[in-house]
Design a protein around this ligand. Structure first.
Ligand code: FPP
Length: 257
């Protein structure tokens, strides 16, 4: 299966794969409802899918994956859904930790972990600590995360640091105050369930990200769907404000040097 996934891409295509994929895993509730099941059934199947998609991304050689697992706005969900999600998170971390240690995955989290129940916060912090020296692969969970809130915190900390500076603030300086300071910007943002919005996820970091919206609900977004998203990403021309002609000239001079 792993081999099949690798071979779905030519060596040339493999070179053009994104470095960082960030995923908005939407539609667990609708997936469950369409089966006449409670929302938590959808989340449970969503977690199963996390395992499969994350492993597929790793196998194909995408070095960074970030998952929007719980937004600050999700705090407004019914109590039993929130506690169910937190238990699933704890279980996921505990089960995956061994594998992460074995295969050199470094776990990070962005968001206000202090706003999670203590048992979930502990499990996450413990796994972050135990994997902090791993450098083969990178998984980041956005937990109790909100991009606007992150930016406000970054502005405060940046103002404090640069108070005495009268020099110009660069984007690179500012980005050091974001929680993503150790991560490259996402190249590809995938959102499932057919919704065309970012929902307060990595708003500044997504400045040049390609966005791929899948009609599938998250529990159905399998390896084949990931391969489709990656193929679409490879087809796109990322111009970063330049013209197509400039990019072609750049490519030719790269190839001839
Ligand atoms: C959106 O579906 C999904 C969430 C709010 C949570 C995503 C969480 C998981 C997949 C499980 C936890 C993750 C990890 C990494 C352990 P929705 O409930 O908004 O679906 P709906 O829009 O159809 O109602």
């Amino acid at each position: 299966m792993a081999d099949d996934f690798m071979h779905a891409f030519t060596p040339e295509e493999q070179k053009q794969l994104p470095h960082h994929i960030a995923i908005i895993m939407d539609g667990n509730g609708r997936w469950a409802r369409s089966r006449g099941k409670p929302r938590l059934f959808g989340h449970r199947n969503g977690v199963k899918n996390v395992r499969d998609v994350v492993h597929a991304a790793r196998e194909i050689g995408v070095p960074y994956v970030t998952l929007y697992a719980f937004s600050q706005e999700n705090q407004n969900r019914p109590k039993n859904e929130k506690s169910g999600l937190m238990k699933l998170l704890e279980e996921f971390i505990k089960i995956e930790l061994k594998g992460m240690q074995r295969d050199g995955t470094r776990l990070r989290a962005i968001g206000d972990l202090g706003g999670l129940p203590e048992f979930a916060q502990k499990a996450v912090e413990d796994a972050i600590e135990k994997t902090k020296d791993n450098d083969s692969w990178n998984l980041t969970l956005a937990l109790n995360y909100g991009s606007r809130q992150e930016v406000l915190r970054a502005v405060s900390s940046c103002c404090l640091k640069h108070e005495s500076d009268n020099g110009e603030l660069t984007w690179a300086d500012f980005a050091q105050h974001l929680e993503t300071k150790d991560l490259p910007d996402p190249d590809l943002i995938i959102r499932t369930s057919g919704e065309f919005r970012l929902s307060n996820f990595l708003l500044l970091q997504a400045a040049y990200a390609e966005i791929f919206v899948s009609p599938l609900h998250w529990p159905d977004f399998n390896r084949d769907a990931l391969a489709d998203a990656l193929r679409e990403y490879i087809r796109r021309e990322r111009r970063f404000g330049k013209t197509s002609e400039q990019l072609k000239t750049q490519k030719t001079s790269h190839n001839s040097s």
